[in-house]
Write a protein of this length. Structure first.
Length: 286
């Protein structure tokens, strides 16, 4: 997306219209529910100055706040029922919107591919209710972007060495599908493995070596609480910084330092990276 609050956000082309002049896109909403509680002048200022965070639309949350929404079909797409709220259409937690091609959207090019984190947001419909899903008997059905995102996730995971560094805390501790993790709590402390799935509070991991699989009685995957694991990045790994001051810098990890004495931190380690372009050392938490 190239304009407004959605500038820089990843979107999926859901439907093309008007001989390719317009399209219906699907993206993660940036909805500010507090606007309706402000005066018109205050709301106008807030729209211009505050960029709401990305969050899946939750119809129950909106209704619980006493706000009015209705269920109706998206114009021109008779098979898609949406929540209509404040002039916009929401389906499956995503925003559906008709936009003009070339002025509001641009294609993702090979030299600027979407990140793993962005693609994960199109991976699969949520069944936990935090996206405002409805019981339509298709809770396990993949959404429009699932197959595409799954393929690109696997491809980018290989290209990026299954690693990434972020300097901003998050509820998922910066973890993504495909990351290598190390267990830091419980009976399996020290075990390393690959993340196969995430659900917000837990993570499913496939152990990296056969000995660990035998010790687990042949189990292919083990489920841990998010707090029991941390991302494992080995010295010598080639990584890309995904957020913060050094976002998009790439380089080789020359040292990994454990963070001590910060119980409130969402991250456990700092990696020191020798950058490819400037050959200087930078650091990022993960």
């Amino acid at each position: 997306m190239t304009r407004g609050h959605f500038k820089g956000d990843l979107a999926l082309v859901h439907h093309v219209r008007d001989s390719g002049l317009k399209c219906v896109i699907q993206c993660v909403p940036r909805l500010d529910l507090s606007l309706s509680d402000l005066t018109p002048d205050e709301a106008k200022v807030r729209r211009r100055t505050v960029k709401p965070p990305q969050k899946f639309f939750n119809a129950q949350e909106v209704a619980g706040m006493g706000k009015h929404l209705i269920r109706q079909r998206f114009p021109g797409l008779s098979d898609i029922m949406c929540d209509y709220y404040d002039g916009n259409y929401y389906h499956d937690g995503y925003l559906l919107k008709e936009v003009t091609i070339g002025t509001v959207v641009k294609p993702c090019m090979a030299d600027d591919p979407p990140t793993l984190d962005e693609l994960q947001r199109f991976r699969r419909k949520s069944s936990s209710g935090d996206r405002g899903d409805y019981d339509d008997g298709k809770d396990d059905e993949e959404n429009e972007g699932s197959h595409l995102a799954g393929s690109l996730l696997n491809e980018l995971s290989e290209l990026q060495g299954k690693t990434g560094l972020t300097s901003t805390g998050s509820g998922d501790r910066g973890l993504m599908i495909g990351d290598t993790i190390e267990v830091i709590e419980g009976d399996l402390v020290g075990m390393q493995g690959k993340i196969m799935s995430l659900d917000g509070t837990t993570v499913k991991v496939r152990p990296n070596n056969d000995a660990a699989l035998e010790e687990l009685g042949g189990m292919d995957e083990v489920e841990f609480l998010m707090s029991q694991v941390r991302k494992f990045i080995a010295v010598g790994a080639h990584v890309k910084v995904t957020d913060g001051r050094y976002a998009n810098e790439t380089g080789v990890v020359v040292a990994v330092e454990t963070i001590d004495g910060d119980a409130e931190s969402d991250f456990d380690c700092t990696a020191v990276v020798l950058t490819d372009m400037t050959h200087k050392e930078i650091s990022g938490d993960y």
